[in-house]
Unconditional design. Structure first.
Length: 381
């Protein structure tokens, strides 16, 4: 027969468990109801990691080159390859899914004053040019990480802050998931994300070319009832574009222009490029292909003005046969894998930085002659 003290302890333990479960449920419901910024992709965790690694790198020695852009930069610019070709230290400050205003904000508030590179490589992409009008980029620009780094000395806080559970996930089950694997996205120490999948192999029914250690790192502890917890979702048909598009478009353009002026005043050379898409991406007649192959419209027209007005050295690899025509250099039709990144980085180094030969006319303009040609071929079929 259990003693009175053991019975009392058991009751207290049960009450504690019930109380803990109730607290977790309330916190979980509150996190979903508040609809906080999504830190795992458009803000805190990714941005904080980039800032922290860049600061670590600059403490070890000067950074000569910083690349900024969206996911095409993240997966397409390999600083290690760049250093092999040029002898210059580089950091990849690409942020997935971001627009030109986000890039300009990073440059203005962090890269120019704290990293002080000699050169900035800026990935221009008409499809992502003015996505500040979209909800995703408004969240990025209003994320805690962007706010904290703009405080006096705030960038130094991003190291410890990036490990907070709130910066990792916005759900209780997400917090449990991060106990074993705190980083959702895997960048190397220079900000590059190597992806080993091959589009060509996938479609041929061959296994992805993925290193074993990558698969081991990918395994995570999963909260067993995570999928049973209802999540807040946007209603069907919810607009991705927020109100005030025209004003935000002008705000984005003004921020980019001011940042380019600041870079020039600081003695930083800005070099611009467009990353290559797979040829098959041009075989689809959709908003993307119409935007990048219609001269004088949308963001493409704005980019042409930027390149001319600010006298930016520019190469348009948007369709570049040595890379675009080889599916094995891509992991999907818009992003190069680690093998394509090597070729792209080498071209960037030789064409824009070392300038070994003049950039050919077919790699200039928005759209480039090569982009127009491949679309004409498609439309003629």
């Amino acid at each position: 027969m259990p003693s009175p003290s053991s019975t009392s302890s058991s009751r207290r333990a049960r009450r504690s468990l019930w109380l803990g479960a109730a607290v977790l449920a309330v916190v979980q419901a509150g996190l979903y109801a508040l609809d906080l910024n999504s830190p795992t992709f458009f803000g805190n965790q990714v941005v904080s990691q980039k800032y922290t690694e860049a600061l670590r790198m600059v403490r070890e020695g000067p950074i000569d080159v910083v690349a900024v852009g969206h996911s095409h930069t993240v997966n397409g610019f390999d600083p290690a390859v760049f250093e092999e070709v040029t002898g210059l230290r580089a950091y990849n400050f690409g942020l997935p899914g971001t627009d030109m205003q986000s890039h300009a904000t990073v440059l203005r508030d962090f890269v120019i004053p704290h990293l002080k590179p000699r050169i900035v490589l800026w990935n221009l992409d008409p499809v992502f040019g003015e996505r500040a009008v979209q909800q995703s980029n408004r969240r990025m620009l209003s994320s805690d990480a962007f706010a904290v780094q703009s405080w006096p000395g705030g960038h130094a806080l991003l190291g410890p802050l990036k490990d907070l559970f709130l910066y990792q996930k916005r759900s209780v089950d997400g917090w449990f998931e991060t106990l074993a694997d705190p980083y959702v996205r895997r960048y190397d120490r220079s900000g590059f994300m190597p992806v080993y999948q091959r589009l060509g192999l996938e479609e041929a029914g061959v296994e992805y070319d993925i290193p074993a250690d990558w698969l081991a790192r990918k395994r995570r502890w999963r909260f067993p009832v995570a999928n049973a917890i209802p999540r807040r979702r946007e209603p069907a048909g919810a607009p991705v574009v927020v109100e005030g598009d025209a004003e935000r478009r002008e705000e984005a353009r003004a921020t980019v222009a001011a940042t380019l002026a600041e870079a020039r005043a600081a003695g930083i050379e800005v070099l611009a490029f467009a990353a290559p898409m797979a040829r098959r991406r041009f075989m689809v007649d959709d908003e993307f292909t119409r935007e990048i192959t219609t001269e004088g419209t949308g963001s493409a027209a704005w980019f042409a003005e930027l390149v001319t007005e600010h006298e930016l050295p520019f190469v348009n690899y948007g369709y570049f046969p040595p890379i675009s025509d080889d599916d094995d250099l891509y992991y999907n039709d818009a992003h190069v894998n680690v093998y394509g990144a090597r070729l792209l980085t080498e071209r960037l180094a030789r064409d824009l930085v070392l300038r070994e030969e003049p950039v050919p006319p077919e790699l200039r303009g928005f759209p480039s002659p090569l982009q127009r040609r491949v679309m004409e071929e498609f439309r003629a079929r």
